[in-house]
Design a protein around this ligand. Structure first.
Ligand code: FPP
Length: 257
């Protein structure tokens, strides 16, 4: 019966979302997401904050799958900022366990779906179990050619830029780089995203309208989409809504259409 209904209904993709009005040739190549609202989602249900993070982790799986099906090239997810260390230790400890839990459960699926796992941020401060889980995922998926799933973990954009400036100065001092050669393109090559295109679409959930030290350089010409939906409630339909809005925008990069 379900099959019959499906064949009679509009074009659907595997998770029953309607993608008829999505221009498949105009899918944002790089989507970056500030996944916000886990704590509020939990509080509304009188649950501990970590329950919100756990639910948020499940959404990461759904959205990765959908982005991959749609042909998105890169999905960057802000999972832990350099400022998140200020949270209570129990919450930080739990957030540091999530990559392990996520990859422990879903890595085989990611491998099968041709997803390549990457991470950006300062790895040095991550607990060794978190690092190990991410390194294993990076090794197991390094030959995959599909969606790049890029976790921003212990990531802060200002720290990234300062680090880049230090590397530029070192290269100038060592004679590898001339001062005159420092252009926007060259500087971009010193950032953690040097091998990635800049995000085309930024999504932030939970009604907050700010960047919170996320990809400040890379988001210069990105289209922004904000929603009041809390991250644990975010689903494939919301992702499609964001993409529909993106497809209606006129990107002029400071020029004329
Ligand atoms: C912000 O919500 C969210 C975070 C700091 C953590 C985001 C992490 C996940 C969604 C899970 C990541 C999964 C993997 C696989 C690494 P908040 O806690 O600030 O929410 P609030 O503003 O409502 O308090």
């Amino acid at each position: 019966m379900k099959k019959l209904w499906r064949s009679l209904s509009n074009k659907k993709d595997s998770s029953e979302t309607n993608i008829d009005d999505i221009q498949m040739e105009h899918i944002p190549a790089h989507i970056a997401i500030i996944m916000d609202g886990n704590g509020r989602w939990a509080s509304k249900r009188s649950l501990p904050r970590i329950a919100g993070h756990h639910e948020g982790m499940k959404v990461v799986r759904k959205i990765t799958k959908k982005a991959s099906e749609l042909g998105v090239k890169t999905l960057t997810l802000y999972a832990f900022s350099t400022e998140n260390w200020k949270r209570p230790k129990t919450e930080v400890d739990y957030l540091m366990k999530l990559p392990e839990e996520f990859l422990g459960t879903f890595l085989p699926e990611l491998v099968k779906e041709n997803v390549k796992v990457e991470m950006m941020g300062d790895k040095d401060l991550l607990p060794s179990h978190t690092k190990r889980a991410l390194e294993k995922a990076q090794i197991d998926t390094r030959d995959n050619t599909g969606l790049v799933l890029n976790f921003a973990l212990n990531y802060g954009s200002r720290a990234e830029m300062i680090h880049a400036v230090h590397k530029v100065l070192a290269d100038v001092n060592n004679g590898i780089l001339n001062k005159e050669e420092i252009t926007e393109e060259v500087f971009s090559d010193y950032l953690m995203t040097k091998h990635l295109s800049d995000p085309d679409l930024l999504i932030r959930t939970s009604g907050e309208i700010r960047l919170s030290n996320f990809m400040l350089w890379q988001l210069a010409y990105t289209e922004f989409w904000f929603t009041d939906v809390l991250w644990p409630d975010f689903n494939e339909e919301h992702l499609l809504d964001a993409i529909r809005t993106y497809q209606q925008r006129s990107r002029r990069y400071g020029g004329l259409k």
